[in-house]
Write a protein that binds this ligand. Structure first.
Ligand code: SF4
Length: 266
């Protein structure tokens, strides 16, 4: 197998804008899958709606392109019915933390063995650049032309608090770390979350005067540091990337199976 075998070439050219970070995430993901030696028939990708969700059309795994905010609900059903399959759930700001926020915290609380990728570009790209729960104070959006006054979620802190057993963060600039973290998340037994800062030059970058895609990538490079870096103490505004949580806890499908067996014995 090579990485090309994981691509559905008939769906290309892709719909993402020039410079969009989502293609880099697709690249990191299929490289991770290739390096893990997982067979295509053992992989399922479930997505909701949005620019990020189009990723499920471009991979030659079993794929479900479902409804907005419900990717984790569909993925939970797939995993419970076929727990031996790897289930990967890429989501944008809305799918993951807005309309899908409730599914996110409950999937984390259950510790079901899914790999959630939060493709965080701080905007709703597909629908025209509205602000999202990850946009942050003071940014401009098509629905916040005079600055956004909503606080944003911290994906890592939210996932930790909700009970996710693997939590990591990286960016589309750090391509090797991106692939390594996705690999680790897929291998983890339990609910794993990788937040990936990704650039939307078309809306978020343009409205906030952040420059073109290379300039946005340069910002990811300059404004993030490895977990535990002393630079974070010197400048608390820097954002850490790496693995924040990696623990073992009973997994939901295993516990469900045990429950079924106890019921049958009774
Ligand atoms: S609108 Fe933004 S997120 Fe959507 S494809 Fe274009 S650059 Fe990517």
């Amino acid at each position: 197998m090579s990485v090309h075998d994981f691509i559905r070439e008939r769906f290309f050219p892709h719909m993402w804008c020039a410079g969009c970070g989502h293609g880099t995430i697709l690249n990191g993901l299929i490289r991770a899958v290739d390096e893990l030696g997982i067979r295509k028939r053992n992989l399922v990708m479930v997505t909701g709606i949005g620019c990020s969700a189009r990723i499920s059309g471009y991979v030659d795994f079993h794929s479900l392109h479902t409804i907005h905010g419900r990717a984790l609900a569909f993925a939970t059903g797939v995993k419970l019915s076929r727990p031996e399959l790897h289930v990967i759930v890429p989501m944008g700001d809305g799918d993951g933390l807005s309309i899908g926020g409730n599914h996110f915290i409950h999937a984390a609380r259950r510790n079901i063995n899914l790999t959630a990728l939060i493709m965080n570009n701080r905007t709703y790209g597909m629908t025209g650049g509205q602000f999202s729960p990850l946009s942050g104070l003071g940014i401009k959006a098509s629905t916040a032309p005079y600055d956004n006054i909503d606080n944003s979620f911290d994906v890592v802190e939210l996932a930790k608090a909700a009970g996710a057993t693997f939590v990591a963060r990286t960016t589309t600039f750090h391509v090797n770390q991106l692939s390594d973290l996705i690999k680790a998340a897929i291998q983890h037994k339990g609910f794993s979350v990788v937040e990936i800062f990704t650039q939307c030059p078309t809306y978020f970058g343009r409205k906030n005067k952040l420059g073109d895609a290379p300039q946005m990538l340069q910002t990811f490079k300059e404004r993030t540091v490895p977990v535990g870096s002393p630079k974070k103490q010197e400048d608390p505004s820097l954002i850490e990337r790496g693995i924040f949580v990696n623990i073992e806890r009973p997994e939901y499908c295993d516990e469900y199976q045990k429950l079924l067996e106890r019921t049958q014995e009774a």
